[in-house]
Design a protein around this ligand. Structure first.
Ligand SMILES: [Zn+2]
Length: 303
């Protein structure tokens, strides 16, 4: 993808942001209580959630109301207070998530009106990602048992490192790019090796020469440092509230597991460790254990 295309995408996302609809749902009237004045403003950016994407939900309850909890499906969301009685939450859809509607429920309470639950339906739509067909040597795709075990152990370690939902939210707007360069390969690319489908690209590849410093895009705690067979030297940052970012193929890691980092801190240097065709940064974003497009994160929370 060229910089022009990125700029066009950025402009499209900004337009979507400006067009994002504000909905003022009336509460489900409870016969026993007058609820006419108990409202909350809910806005979604972008207004529709596509497979593999992330969306921000802004909540503004009326002054006399408090939010008890917010649930998306069966999961309680962690709210980020934005000041002046406004809150933000993030939701994402997996690349293979079933299209349809999913419930967002908000429990509100006020002295005058008691407590009640407001429901908004979030639409998840199908997104078709581009395909890439590659012919590669058999040994590159079929692993002997010892290597396969290592690959599976690595995958499990990365999954575990991204699975904890920390109640504290460490990040602050805006997120910054770990390296500002060209996108070599977008998120979600459906790859076929020798005609056989592989798992879709779980992050985006950014051009980076060997030794390029990689910045933490936001504050967080290092939740994993590991030498993985496929992704090479790998670092995962926990930004809190279920949001994680991942960095792969590093030539040098400059942080330790458990360490706090600030936005802009150098976490390591780009490289080509693991299975990589050349030096680059593979950048991943995980929300509640589901991989989403880093470009989407930057569109809604970026600079
Ligand atoms: Zn990649």
């Amino acid at each position: 993808m060229t910089m022009n295309k990125i700029n066009i995408r950025h402009c499209i996302m900004v337009s979507v942001l400006l067009l994002s609809i504000t909905i003022i749902p009336w509460l489900h009237a409870d016969a026993a209580q007058s609820t006419e004045n108990q409202r909350i403003e809910i806005s979604m950016t972008p207004p529709v959630l596509y497979q593999g994407e992330i969306c921000r939900i802004d909540l503004k309850p009326e002054q006399d109301s408090e939010i008890f909890w917010v649930k998306y499906g069966s999961r309680h969301l962690i709210l980020k207070p934005l000041g002046s009685h406004r809150y933000m939450a993030l939701v994402g859809a997996g690349i293979k998530e079933k299209p349809g509607r999913k419930k967002l429920e908000i429990k509100l309470s006020s002295n005058d009106h008691g407590s009640r639950v407001i429901t908004k339906l979030i639409t998840i739509k199908t997104k078709t990602y581009p395909e890439e067909h590659l012919k590669v040597a058999k040994k590159m795709v079929e692993f002997p048992p010892d290597i396969l075990k290592r690959v599976l152990d690595d995958q499990k370690a990365v999954r575990n490192a991204c699975s904890r939902i920390t109640k504290d939210i460490y990040w602050n707007r805006p997120f910054i790019w770990p390296v500002k360069s060209k996108i070599l390969s977008p998120f979600g690319l459906r790859r076929f090796f020798n005609g056989k489908p592989r798992s879709p690209h779980s992050g985006m590849d950014l051009r980076a020469r060997k030794g390029t410093p990689l910045k933490a895009p936001n504050n967080g705690r290092i939740s994993l440092v590991r030498d993985c067979y496929l992704s090479g030297n790998t670092v995962v940052i926990n930004h809190g509230g279920g949001l994680y970012t991942l960095y792969a193929h590093l030539s040098k890691v400059m942080v330790k597991q458990g360490q706090m980092v600030n936005k802009g801190d150098i976490i390591g240097l780009a490289g080509a460790t693991g299975r990589a065709t050349g030096p680059h940064l593979h950048w991943g974003v995980s929300l509640f254990g589901t991989r989403v497009d880093p470009a989407g994160l930057m569109a809604i929370l970026g600079p």
